[in-house]
Design a protein around this ligand. Structure first.
Ligand code: FAD
Length: 302
C-alpha cells in the first residue's frame, strides 16, 4: 500500500459547515487555519437543510474570501425557495467574488424519505439549478454523485440520467456521497464512463469521527456501512481515544488504496475538524507550503 507514483499531483478539497454559535465558529476557524497550508484546490461550505443557513453560509464564504488565500465554493440548494430567491443568492455570491458553487437539489423539508416536491415557483431539481447558475454568471459548478445511487432514484440508470443532465447543464465536477468500500466507487466510475459522462468524479471521504452518527446518517443517505467497519468500532463506545486512532487507520487505508488505484483528487467531509484530515493528507504526501506532490523519500517510506 502507498506506492503512489512519484510526482503525481494529489489535489484535495475540504468541506465545512457554517457554525451555529461563537464556540463553533472558533472550532471552524481553527480547522481552517490548520488545513489551509495544505493548499486545497478549494474549500466548500454547506447550505443547511431547506436553506436554513443561507446567511451563515454566505458569511462563512465571505470571511474565507476576505481572510484567507483559499478558494471557496458555496453549496446551494433549491428546496423551498422561488427561482427569484435562489437567483438573488447566486447574484450575491457572484458580486462577492465567489467563483464556484456546489449545486444541489436538497432534501425535502420533512427529511429524506418524504417525497420531494419542488417549490411551485422554484428550480425543479439540481440540473435545473445548474442551468440557472450558468445563465446568471460563468461560475464553476460542482454537483453530487451517488456510488450507491440516491435513495430517490428508482435505479442506477435513473441516477446516471440525472448526473448526465447536470453535466449537460454545465457542471464540471461531481463529488460523491461518502462510501466505505472502494469497489463501490470503481464500479460506479465504470458505469459513469460507460454512460458517456467524462467530468471528474471526486470521491467524498468521511473520516468516521463518530460511528453511531455515521451509521444513522448513512442509513438516510443510502450509503452502506459494511459489517467489517462496524466490527472495527465495536466495543469502543466509551473509548474515544481508541476510536480516533481506528478512524484515522480506516480512512488512511481507504484513501491510500484509492490513490494506489490512480485516484488523485479527494474531497474530505471534515465535520469542521482538522486533525484526522490533516493526518490523512500527510499520508498522501501533502505538506504545508507548496509540496503538493509526493517526494521520492515519501514514496520510498510509504
Ligand atoms: P439530484 O442530483 O437532483 O437528485 C439525486 C437523485 O435523486 C437523482 O439521481 C435522481 O435520479 C433522483 N431524483 C431527484 N429528484 C427526483 C424525483 N422528484 N423523483 C424521483 N427521483 C428523483 N444537502 C444540503 O441540504 N446542503 C448541502 O450543502 C449539501 N451538500 C451536499 C454535498 C454533496 C457532495 C452531496 C453528495 C450531497 C449534499 N447534500 C446537501 C445532500 C443532497 O441535498 C441530498 O442528497 C438531496 O436529497 C439530493 O440532492 P442532489 O442535488 O444530490 O439531487
Amino acid at each position: 500500500m502507498g506506492n503512489v507514483e512519484v510526482g503525481r499531483r494529489i489535489r484535495v478539497s475540504f468541506e465545512f459547515f457554517p457554525p451555529r454559535n461563537e464556540d463553533m465558529e472558533a472550532t471552524l476557524w481553527q480547522a481552517i487555519g490548520r488545513l489551509a497550508p495544505l493548499q486545497p484546490n478549494f474549500v466548500s461550505v454547506t447550505y443547511g437543510a431547506g436553506g436554513s443557513t443561507r446567511e451563515r453560509t454566505h458569511a462563512t464564504v465571505k470571511r474565507i474570501l476576505a481572510e484567507t488565500m483559499l478558494t471557496p465554493a458555496a453549496h446551494l440548494t433549491c428546496v423551498a425557495a422561488t427561482r427569484a430567491q435562489v437567483d438573488a443568492v447566486i447574484e450575491a455570491y457572484a458580486e462577492a467574488g465567489v467563483r464556484h458553487i456546489v449545486a444541489l437539489r436538497g432534501d425535502p423539508p420533512g427529511g429524506i424519505g418524504e417525497r420531494y416536491v419542488p417549490h411551485p415557483g422554484g428550480y425543479r431539481n439540481a440540473a435545473d439549478l445548474v442551468a440557472g447558475i450558468k445563465r446568471i454568471a460563468d461560475l464553476e459548478v460542482s454537483v453530487s454523485a451517488y456510488p450507491e445511487k440516491h435513495p430517490d432514484s428508482a435505479d442506477m440508470a435513473a441516477d446516471l440520467d440525472m448526473l448526465k443532465a447536470k453535466v449537460d447543464a454545465g457542471a464540471s465536477r461531481a463529488i460523491t456521497q461518502f462510501f466505505f468500500g472502494n469497489d463501490l466507487y470503481f464500479r460506479y466510475l465504470d458505469r459513469v464512463r460507460a454512460a458517456g459522462i467524462d467530468i471528474p468524479i471526486v470521491p467524498g471521504i468521511l473520516p468516521v469521527q463518530n460511528f453511531k452518527q455515521t451509521r444513522n446518517f448513512a442509513a438516510r443517505a443510502g450509503a452502506s456501512v459494511p459489517d467489517w467497519l462496524a466490527a472495527r468500532f465495536g466495543g469502543l463506545d466509551d473509548d474515544p481515544a481508541t476510536r480516533k486512532l481506528i478512524a484515522a487507520a480506516v480512512a488512511a487505508e481507504q484513501v491510500l488504496d484509492l490513490a494506489d488505484q490512480g485516484v488523485s483528487d479527494f474531497h474530505f467531509y471534515t465535520m469542521n475538524r482538522a486533525d484526522l484530515v490533516y493526518a490523512i493528507c500527510h499520508l498522501l504526501g501533502l505538506r504545508p507550503g507548496n509540496a503538493r506532490t509526493l517526494s521520492p523519500v515519501e514514496t520510498e517510506s510509504a
